[in-house]
Design a binder for this molecule. Sequence first.
Ligand code: SAH
Length: 207
Amino acid sequence: MQTTAQARDEMVRQLRADGITDERVLEAMAEIPREHFLSPELESHAYADTPLDIGRGQTISTPWIVAFSTSALQVSADSTVLEVGTGSGYGAAVLSRCCRSVITIEREPELAARARDALSSLGCSNVEVRDGDGTVAGRDAAPYDGILVAAMATDELPGALIEQLAPAGTLVCPVGHAGVGDLVRYRDGRSESLEDVGFVPLVTGQR
Ligand code: SAH
């Protein structure tokens, strides 16, 4: 039987084999206990490269997607970051180790509450979890050096998020239809497609 530390090392080895090279992201993922963000029944699957159910019809992204999208943001230790779609809080925990401060927003209050507890009990003191529509609920703290969207925007990048980027900021957001599309990186007024991805939909507006 593998220990969780061995499973985590194996996950990081696999991420390297799959092309992830950002050492700060790999180091964060080597340290953060992913099982801490899952319900007890799923803890034994915590390090499998598969999305897992976190309740309210939502999933925790695969380790590879978390690693790839966080790396794509190219943030520094000084950066302020907005994450849209807190889900379990695992992605925010990884971001918190790679930048100065994180505001993460979740539209399902039950998930936001659970993530808030998980992040504070891990000592991620530079993360603020907010309830609401992440495309607008972080406006007061804009501009951000990085914005990472963990749910899929329909057909185009959300203009409301582009407006919240600092001049040299980077937005990473899945864009597509019916859960399938491209992970898009936007900066300096230009967007590029990085990878084919599947995500739960970004749902904007009031609950
Ligand atoms: N990063 C997460 C995975 C998030 S799954 C993790 O590591 O677990 C995507 C989440 O986005 C879901 O929880 C969904 O409820 C949320 N979501 C969808 N649209 C949203 C919006 N407009 N604002 C905030 N959260 C949103």
